[in-house]
Design a protein around this ligand. Structure first.
Ligand SMILES: [Zn+2]
Length: 95
């Protein structure tokens, strides 16, 4: 076997080895990406938080609890869509 053939064989083996190595690295990277994507999709339902709705007894509107005006009376919480409804409730109940 000549020197040139030896070098060519070495290059060939080198290319095959790096090719296999790259294949495994890429496969692992793709699997990791797929897994991350899947986990992300599974997390979505948890991210969607449940919005608790409350009813304004003055005007009858339903609204998210976080946006409601709150008034506590006799340990009971009353929710209102606006300051006006809250005032109407107070006026009606002579608090
Ligand atoms: Zn209202």
């Amino acid at each position: 076997m000549g020197v040139i053939e030896g070098i060519l064989n070495f290059i060939l083996i080198y290319l095959i080895v790096t090719g296999i190595f790259n294949f495994f690295v890429l496969t692992r990277a793709r699997k990791a990406a797929e897994k991350a994507n899947k986990e992300h999709l599974e997390l979505k339902p948890e991210v969607k938080e449940e919005i608790e709705m409350v009813r304004d007894n003055i005007c009858g509107r339903s609204l998210p609890k976080s946006e409601a005006y709150v008034l506590a009376k006799n340990e009971i919480k009353h929710y209102f869509c606006s300051w006006d409804c809250r005032e109407k409730f107070i006026a009606g109940n002579q608090m």
